[in-house]
Design a protein around this ligand. Sequence first.
Ligand code: XIL
Length: 298
Amino acid sequence: STLGASAAERGGRYFGAAIAAGRMGDSTYMNILNREFNQVTAENEMKWDATEPSRNSFNFSNGDRIANHAISRGMKIRGHALLWHQQEPTWARGMEGSDLRSAMINHVTRVATYYRGKIHSWDVVNEAFADGGSGGRRDSNLQRTGNDWIEAAFRAARAADPGAKLCYNDYNTDGINAKSTGIYNMVRDFKQRGVPIDCVGFQSHLGTSISGDYQANLQRFADLGVDVQITELDVAQGSNQANIFATVTRACLNVARCNGITVWGIRDSDSWRTGENPLLFDSSGNKKAAYNSVLSAL
Ligand code: XIL
């Protein structure tokens, strides 16, 4: 079997990968993608700097290369990401206040409208919480437009594409900790006040160990009434790599509202974590022990 087909048999879940438009001419890469995966995320091509390189002038060419391939193969698409403090276009980086607020809402509206009907889940806001023990928001020009910027973004995204699941996505949320609890409190507040949020993405860029409460953390978010998704999984190579991949897979299967898993690249040579070999296929495209471990867990 394959990762995608096995995940589909487990309650209609998906198993996906982040892909880069620039690698779509590589036949080894495309053969693995088409054989194993039934969901894709654009690694960079739908980010703000890529889609709105100058203010109110949009470019979807690379995003469309990925989206069109996914649609032609029946793969689900994760939109990534409408708003993020990194990979902002140069023109937005120095902006602030009400001018930035209207630019960012315009961005959300225009991009979500363009892809309306094609996106399974959107990362509406990415990485807005601070690391460490504060549990609070990360400082950024977006945050300085006012604490309500996240809910404003979710409302704009809902209006633009009512059919997409709208997600908040972050990293270092791989257990119950101050950061994940800060996000949990925001999601609970959004659900109580009717702010449109449907899902939380757990990036899961992992090292050589995994928190014992990884699954319990997913479950507490699901219990708030949102779906959960593993969105950018990669695991440092080491004696535990295959086990950690299996633990994450089982955690998703054990949480009814976990829709699926996305790994952040296909081969080790495609990974943003250069030298860490954190993926399921080696640089030649061969299945690693971690691949077999995920497939048997599915
Ligand atoms: C990374 C990409 O993989 C790199 O190619 C790019 O240079 C930087 O961004 N969290 C995210 C992703 O949400 O968008 C990031 O992707 C990895 C961390």
